[in-house]
Design a protein around this ligand. Structure first.
Ligand code: TXE
Length: 469
């Protein structure tokens, strides 16, 4: 008997009414997810509308206290949540994966509960006193993806609740059980109605994007879905925070130490087996150290065990779903056909169970190759050669997306200079993808708009109101 059985049973569909969720590592059933229809969605929105005013009236300190208790509840159930997440999403328990994700949920809840938010005095000159306050919006819809289903749900839920809103969550159809289980644990400490999950397909979920009772949508997912949400939310002029796809560049400057950076570059790219919005997806390396970086990175990557997530030894898992597996396999095949050099991987086993794609590094590849120009969202990293910094910056900025980026160098001030030239919402130096609940995070260009995390992220879940007089 697995330790998560009771939790899974509490969120599963009545026998015969649900949709079977399969383990991406084995193809075996994990559980039966409920299939909620429009009626269920309407009931969740109505319950949220009813519960929200009392929640808002509690004030910040009582809501922060409730979030802290909810964090404790997640911590108490951490191992059950991590096991269920590992089976449904595929990510290993160990490494920066399932246990790490549940731990991040706890950390985000606590940090968001503790963020300071006081009215700001904008002008006070003896004649005019203008203060800026932030009021709850009302009911917020949280629409999320399958790659970090619990953590991204918390990124959306925690600031929304802290600001005094109620939340209706629509998880990805690929990972509903993880989000249902997380919400069940959170709801041990929250008043009824203010947090609910609608486990539905995108057609039913789309109703949240034009529903007149929804004041704001927090969305993380593909740029295409983001565009659809912008359009369908236009009639009701909803507030939007959109964290869309990226195709993050990393630039290794000629003075970087290949051996010293190799492991951090690896995890920047292969975190969650590459299925991370702000992962390093294109690595630009200066001619002088190109071969050394390729060699060190290959040595690190070859040593990282991939396999079933419940096996404690593994740190890399399968792709979460067949569609994503096909994207990665197709891009690597096209790169091989174009003459690019495979340093590692690129040779999936055809008949094995599960969506395992081997850790793959591809060198000597052009910037316009689809493996570079398209988001692979999986364990395949192209390594592109450059000879001048201008060329590297131009290549990094060539795409229509700009979520994250990184610069790698032994000279941090030189790296900062290059960072300022890159069109991305965050540029990390000597690391990639490190998010922090205190530090705002958001995309440039078609990677979306609006900020999450920190006080800026909290304010985005409120309606600004100026009191002037
Ligand atoms: O995402 P979608 P999918 C990228 C990644 C991946 C691709 C597709 O490249 O290959 O997106 O993944 C809901 N109204 N990212 O299909 O379609 C949908 O049901 C309301 C990057 O999973 O964007 C799901 O809950 N809801 C990303 C969520 O939106 C709608 C992480 C995401 O679905 C909707 C995941 C609509 N019109 C994938 N259309 C990142 N930035 O981290 C879709 N949904």
């Amino acid at each position: 008997m697995e330790t998560y059985d009771a939790l899974l049973a509490s969120v599963s569909a009545e026998p015969g009414t649900g949709r079977t969720i399969l383990d991406p590592a084995t193809g075996e059933p994990v559980g039966e997810a409920p299939v909620h229809g429009l009626e269920y969605l309407e009931a969740a929105v109505s319950a949220a509308q009813e519960a929200q005013p009392a929640w808002a009236a509690l004030g910040h300190s009582a809501r922060s206290a409730a979030l802290l208790k909810a964090a404790d509840a997640v911590e108490r159930s951490a191992e059950e949540l991590a096991q269920l997440l590992s089976r449904e999403q595929g990510k290993p328990l160990n490494g920066p994966n399932a246990r790490f994700e549940v731990g991040a949920c706890v950390a985000w809840l606590r940090a968001t509960a503790n963020l300071p938010l006081e009215p700001e005095t904008i002008v006070d000159d003896g004649q005019t006193r203008a203060e800026l306050h932030y009021k709850p919006i009302g009911v917020v819809a949280a629409i999320g993806p399958w790659n970090w289903p619990m953590m991204i749900a918390i990124w959306q839920i925690a600031p929304a609740l802290r600001m005094g809103n109620a939340v209706v969550v629509k998880p990805s159809g690929n990972t509903p059980l993880s989000v249902l289980a997380l919400a069940t644990v959170l709801n041990e400490e929250l008043p009824e109605g203010i947090l609910s999950v609608v486990s539905c397909g995108r057609e039913v979920g789309a109703r949240l994007t034009d529903h007149p009772a929804i004041g704001k949508i927090m969305f993380t997912g593909s740029t295409a879905a983001g565009r659809a949400i912008i359009k369908s939310s236009a009639d009701t002029v909803k507030r939007l925070t959109l964290e869309l796809g990226g195709n993050d560049a990393g630039i290794v400057l000629p003075d970087a130490d290949p051996k010293a950076i190799a492991e951090d570059v690896f995890w920047g790219a292969f975190l969650n087996t590459g299925q991370t919005c702000a992962a390093l997806k294109r690595l630009y390396v200066h001619d002088d150290i190109y071969d050394a970086v390729c060699e060190e990175l290959t040595a690190v990557a070859a040593a990282m065990p991939m396999g079933n997530g419940l096996d404690e030894d593994n740190v890399l898992g399968p792709l979460q779903n067949k569609a994503q597996y096909d994207v990665v396999a197709g891009l690597v095949e096209a790169a091989k056909a174009s003459g690019a050099r495979v340093l590692l991987g690129g040779n999936p086993e055809p008949d094995q169970p599960g969506y395992f794609y081997p850790t793959t590094l591809v060198a000597d590849i052009d910037n316009d190759n689809p493996l570079v120009a398209e988001e692979q969202f999986g364990p395949a990293l192209p390594i592109i050669r450059y000879s001048t910094i201008d060329e590297a910056v131009e290549k990094a900025n060539a795409l229509e997306v700009g979520l994250g980026a990184s610069v790698w160098s032994s000279d941090v001030s030189a790296a900062r200079g290059v960072a300022s030239r890159i069109q991305a919402g965050t540029v990390w130096i000597n690391r990639h993808g490190a998010v922090d609940p205190r530090i705002p995070f958001g995309g440039a260009k078609q990677s979306g708009y609006g900020l999450e995390f920190g006080v800026e992220g909290l304010k985005a879940l409120g309606v600004p109101q100026v009191i002037n007089g």
